[in-house]
Ligand binder design. Structure first.
Ligand SMILES: Nc1ncnc2c1ncn2[C@@H]1O[C@H](COP(=O)(O)OP(=O)(O)OP(=O)(O)O)[C@@H](O)[C@H]1O
Ligand SMILES: [Mg+2]
Length: 236
């Protein structure tokens, strides 16, 4: 469904993404991990059209390299950000509607927004201003707004960051339901290895923009190269 082929991104002297290639299959939950500064968020910025790059990215057999972000969103790729972003002047329902209005192929659909409000457990908070929400609800809203574009792929950037154990379980449950009940393919960047081994079917590890290994999450997380570059300090 998504094919990334020999993709490189340089910021001046710094190579943030270095000749990366991987494929995400339809229906898969695909994980990406690596130390801070490995190039994970930059990779999302390339897939979603924020920066130019060398190499090719194709989605549903169409080359999307060089397309602007709004076109890529309309083709069916949606994402969240590492730091939850909401619209402070809008309430929860309106914020959710922005994704539906601007991002989806068919424009604003009230029934679908209602369904997503229920799906992310925000139906009873739909009239609250987004600034009033706690961190978990802000994350739920950001994920809901991404879903309201009716994506084929949802790309999550460290959705568990700053969450406690109970919140992590809620977010894991939500991600599984998005994948299974809504049939959305998921790419997830995450630092928590336990989350990745439980949620994902395939896991890519990168360091300084370069692939360390890619494959079955249990095998990947026991690979000595991964333990050395990453798990040593993250899997305490
Ligand atoms: N717009 C930019 N201009 C210059 N350098 C950048 C830019 N965006 C990212 N970088 C650099 O590219 C490298 C990769 O950054 P990136 O944010 O992709 O890492 P990451 O894997 O998401 O890290 P983290 O786990 O901390 O979120 C870093 O060295 C970062 O400083
Ligand atoms: Mg990042």
């Amino acid at each position: 469904m998504l094919n990334v082929t020999n993709v490189t991104k340089k910021f001046g002297e710094l190579t943030a993404v270095n000749d990366l290639s991987f494929s995400v299959a339809e229906g898969q939950v695909f994980g990406i991990a690596g130390p801070n500064g490995a190039g994970k968020s930059t990779l999302y910025n390339l897939i979603t059209g924020l920066y130019s790059f060398e190499g090719d990215i194709s989605f549903k057999d169409r080359n999307i390299s060089g397309l602007p972000p709004h076109k890529i969103a309309k083709l069916g790729i949606s994402r969240t950000f590492q730091i939850p972003q909401t619209f402070p002047s809008l309430n929860v329902r309106q914020s959710m509607g922005v994704g539906s209005y601007f991002g989806s192929k068919n424009g604003y659909q009230k029934d679908y927004v209602d369904r997503i409000l229920e799906f992310v457990n925000l139906a009873d908070k739909q009239d609250e201003m987004t600034g009033q929400l706690n961190l978990l609800d802000k994350k739920m809203l950001m994920i809901g707004a991404a879903l309201s574009t009716k994506p084929d792929i949802l790309m999550l950037d460290e959705p568990m960051a700053g969450s406690n154990a109970k919140e992590i379980l809620k977010l894991m449950d939500l991600i599984q339901r998005i994948n299974q009940d809504l049939g959305v393919t998921i790419i997830i960047i995450e630092h928590f290895m336990k989350v990745l081994t439980e949620l994902t079917e395939k896991l890519l590890i990168i360091e300084t923009g370069t692939e360390i290994c890619c494959g079955d999450p249990v095998e990947v997380t026991s690979d000595p190269r991964v333990i050395e570059c990453y798990l040593g300090d993250a899997n305490d």
